[in-house]
Design a binder for this molecule. Sequence first.
Ligand SMILES: Nc1ncnc2c1ncn2[C@@H]1O[C@H](COP(=O)(O)OP(=O)(O)OP(=O)(O)O)[C@@H](O)[C@H]1O
Length: 361
Amino acid sequence: MSPYESDPVDRLVGAAADDADQAVEAALRPKLLDEFIGQERVREQLSLVLRAARKRGAAPDHVLLSGPPGLGKTTLSMIIAAELNAPIRITSGPAIQHAGDLAAILSSLTEGEVLFLDEIHRMSRPAEEMLYMAMEDFRVDVIVGKGPGATAIPLELPPFTLVGATTRAGLLPPPLRDRFGFTGHMEFYAPTELEKVVHRSARLLDVEIDPAGAAEIAGRSRGTPRIANRLLRRVRDYAQVEHDGVIDRQIAARALAVYEVDERGLDRLDRAVLDALLRLFGGGPVGLSTLAVAVGEEAETVEEVAEPFLVREGLLARTPRGRIATAAAWQHLGLAQPPHAPGGRGAVPGQQALLGPEPSA
Ligand SMILES: Nc1ncnc2c1ncn2[C@@H]1O[C@H](COP(=O)(O)OP(=O)(O)OP(=O)(O)O)[C@@H](O)[C@H]1O
């Protein structure tokens, strides 16, 4: 399972959408490519694909969008449809367990329609095989009957554009991957891009925020617009209840301290893991299960929920000998790094090799 998929939805800094997100996300989604912030390369490439298709008056190639949740894959699929002036049908891999489910959707598509298939890597095998033919020849074979008497009835489909989204492009079977004419890899957003997202959402939510307030929220959003929007809504609550509704740096920092999201976007669990690793185990190396017991969590929770972001931030490293903290981790928790801790001045030779390059932060 992908670490992203195990992110609990009730986590303020989790990237998966919860019900409250879904309720507001429709209103916050950029509608056209020009309004979409960041992801320069994907935007530029996609713009070319769409302009060329419009010029030819034909459906564009199928598009695959890969990357972690909350970065805008669904939003981009809707933008593709809007830019093509085409209707969009939205479904997901787990919702298509039988080839018949997919046949029903495909056969009801209209010409030029965009079919958005989220979590495409989680589709069943028979459905996947049906999709190959549909993507390539705009045709499916519908099997009628069972056993030796079963017959395949070919069904012509109108040309359509499939937009597949996945958090795990590597899991897609090559025959499926190869049938996409364009693949866009979504990257985590830079803080300056997230500031723009926050300003834009604040405008749409009719919330007053100054640049420092937006920067404060952006810096804690883990490179993810969905998290930025969620934190903005929590900060808005705080600003309205405790203040005059206007968000500045101080209000944003105070609000997010109440929600235990620190200035780097770590939450209570992330900090507990780091804290135990540093204070109890001197920066490691320590085994995952020991670390998990120390923070009172399941090993899977530590490994799949807390660690991916700590590793990404260069605060923790997974090594064959166990988990170790980096110099940045000591710095982040405001603790002095003992000389013999991994990565410390007096560390045994070779320890730095285990850590990898020093994080720049
Ligand atoms: N580039 C962007 N500019 C502005 N807002 C964005 C951008 N990307 C995403 N968002 C906002 O972030 C939220 C989440 O985006 P979206 O649902 O498209 O992500 P996703 O990658 O499809 O996530 P999932 O994989 O969980 O479905 C939306 O509310 C959208 O408004």
